[in-house]
Design a protein around this ligand. Structure first.
Ligand code: GLU
Length: 336
């Protein structure tokens, strides 16, 4: 990794403010209404239990760094967090091991290949490449503190609950359904082990990874979890410090490069914010220093990203002036 040591340099953070409460409420409702009739995309079915999702469900929530939430639609409906867990487990592991070590062990570069690619591991000499693809996520879960697998799992569940500000519980049906069918993740873990990239019981690590993916969250939970990353690591509702500001910065940088599967470039171009999606239809999107969006809608594009979630987030990014690359404080000038 590039050596960019700036120890002793006065580091500054520059952000703008969100618009007024009323305007956010209006825009969240508008993001919902504009997209609720969109029926593009397909519900994931490679995990059998996910195919049972109700495709009509659609929820949008914004949480700001003061702890206020603005919701529309099915923002309280629970679904399994799936890949979005990768972002928060990564943050917890970075908190423990630090920027340089996790960067070296797991990596931060996009693979350009599908999230569950085996060939990406082979092409990179067994390096998992980044924590948002399954190989990197499994390697990250393996690094989670805990003397036993049970302790690692408890630390993940407690850590993700601290981000959400409430006790999260696992969906047993989805967990069992994925555990019975995830031979591909088993293969990835064994391949990583053959390269010496993970230590210990690779099947046990995959089991914990499957459990973390099966934790139940709502769009509101995702918004609060994201707002904790936007707020320098302090949950804006419970006021609990979960991680440090530096770990937030590092986590958001990884989401920016690889949060939306192999569409991460298009996402950054259209939306201009770090985000993470999951195959059950959730997306969390973070506006650093301002707040975060949580969306839920199970119909996905071919890369695995919620169609209505992407559209609602694009609308909100533009209409609330959230794009981190836009220098006009009135928001960018796209036709929304
Ligand atoms: N548990 C899923 C898997 O590992 C998560 C996939 C995702 O949301 O991208 O295949």
């Amino acid at each position: 990794m590039l050596d960019t040591n700036t120890d002793g340099v006065d580091q500054r953070v520059s952000t703008g403010d969100l618009p007024s409460w009323e305007r956010i409420d209006e825009r969240v409702l508008e993001a919902y209404e504009r997209n609720v009739t969109d029926e593009q995309g397909l519900v994931a079915d490679y995990i059998p239990e996910l195919a049972a999702a109700d495709p009509s469900q659609f929820g949008v929530c914004i949480a700001d760094v003061e702890g206020s939430t603005h919701v529309a639609g099915d923002a309280e409906v629970e679904f399994t967090v799936q890949s979005i867990s990768k972002a928060f487990v990564y943050a917890l592991v970075c908190q423990e091991f630090g920027h340089t070590e996790v960067g070296r062990l797991v990596g931060v570069n996009n693979t350009g290949l599908a999230f569950n690619s085996v060939i990406a591991v082979e092409l990179n000499d067994g390096h998992p490449m980044n924590p948002m693809v399954n190989a990197g996520a499994i390697a990250t879960t393996a690094l989670m503190p805990g003397a036993t697998l049970a302790e690692k799992w408890e630390n993940i569940r407690t850590g993700l609950s601290a981000f959400a500000g409430r006790q999260l519980s696992m969906d047993g049906e989805v967990y069992r359904s994925e555990a019975e069918t995830n031979t591909r993740n088993e293969a990835i873990a064994k391949l990583l082990k053959s390269y010496g990239r993970i230590a210990g019981d690779s099947s046990g690590i995959v089991d914990i990874y499957t459990r973390q993916c099966s934790l139940r969250v709502s769009a509101r939970d995702l918004a609060i979890m994201g707002a904790t990353l936007a707020d320098g690591g302090v949950n804006p509702v419970t006021k609990q410090r979960v991680i440090s500001p530096i770990v937030c910065r590092d986590t958001l940088a990884v989401l920016a490069t690889s949060g939306l599967y192999e569409r991460s470039g298009e996402w950054m171009f259209e939306i201009g914010l770090p985000g993470k999606s999951g195959v059950s239809g959730g997306i969390v999107t973070v506006a650093p220093g301002k707040g975060a969006l949580g969306t839920f809608s199970p119909r996905l594009d071919s890369a695995g990203n919620s169609v209505r979630g992407q559209k609602a987030t694009a609308f909100l990014s533009r209409s609330l002036g959230l794009n981190i690359f836009a220098s006009d404080s009135e928001g960018d000038r796209h036709d929304v």
